[in-house]
Design a protein around this ligand. Structure first.
Ligand code: ADP
Length: 241
């Protein structure tokens, strides 16, 4: 048994249950892509790069009425402490789909028929919450590329450890905890665009977790906006980005 909450109610990394790990975000960090972002959430470090809208490749994937959003989530083989296979694993293929479906809800794809938007998410260090940090970074990179969107999606995961509902679980909490619930939202639209649950939580715990995630996601979106303002030298309180 690993003890995840101490006698003071604090977590193994010293956080309170409703506390996020330190987050750093930057937009426009890569030169070859049309838009890019870097995010750090505790020990999790991720780059996202966006290309397009550009011609569809391979051509047969082209859609007459909207753009194709192509997402690739990948973990670098040095991002984990175990031996990770070099190619795309089943988990990475599934997470690529999860990311695409979350982002598709906000991107105005119908503005770019017969085009393709490529989103690459590269996890360079994994410490829990890579799908959620990946979505946050991908969304920031899409905004940096100037892709029109109804909202900027942001995400975090809540979990249950030692019977306590906690925000932004790290790798150890994911591994030894009782539940893991990644959540992505489009906060301005008031919508959930990704919700998964591994483990067991009561409906009351899920409601509490969603509440916690919702508040955190509003804060994370603020960090995305600040990263865009820094990138485009827009003063806080100036024109909305
Ligand atoms: P997420 O990263 O979105 O939380 P998972 O719940 O699948 O996704 O993974 C939890 C954590 O477990 C990851 O963030 C990472 O730290 C670790 N992990 C995932 N896949 C591997 C792997 N192949 N080898 C070692 N660690 C991994």
């Amino acid at each position: 048994m690993v003890r995840l909450i101490d006698e003071n109610g604090l977590r193994i990394d010293g956080r309170r249950p409703d506390q996020l790990r330190p987050i750093k975000m930057e937009a426009g960090v890569l030169e070859k892509s049309d838009g890019s972002a870097y995010i750090e959430v505790g020990g999790t470090r991720i780059y996202a790069a966006v290309f397009g809208p550009r011609e569809v490749h391979p051509k047969h994937l082209e859609l007459p009425d909207r753009a194709v959003l192509n997402c690739r989530y990948h973990m670098a083989s040095f991002s984990v402490d175990e031996r990770k296979p070099l190619g795309m694993t089943r988990r990475e293929i599934e997470l690529s789909k999860v990311l695409r479906e979350a982002l598709e809800t906000v991107v105005f794809l119908e503005e770019f028929p017969r085009m393709m938007i490529d989103v690459f998410v590269e996890v360079v260090q994994a410490d829990g919450g890579t799908r959620t940090a990946g979505i946050t970074a991908a969304s920031l990179a899409l905004a940096d590329a100037g892709i029109p969107m109804a909202d900027m999606v942001a995400a975090t995961a809540v979990g249950k450890v030692d019977g306590v509902i906690v925000l932004d679980i790290n790798e150890a909490e994911d591994k030894y905890g009782q539940a893991d619930m990644p959540v992505a939202m489009a906060p301005r639209l008031g919508s959930i665009v990704l919700l998964q649950l591994n483990g067991m939580m009561t409906t009351e715990e899920i409601e509490k977790g969603l509440d916690m995630a919702g508040n955190a996601i509003k804060h994370i979106q603020q960090l995305q906006i600040e990263a865009l303002r820094r990138r485009y030298h827009i003063e806080a309180g100036g024109e909305e980005v």
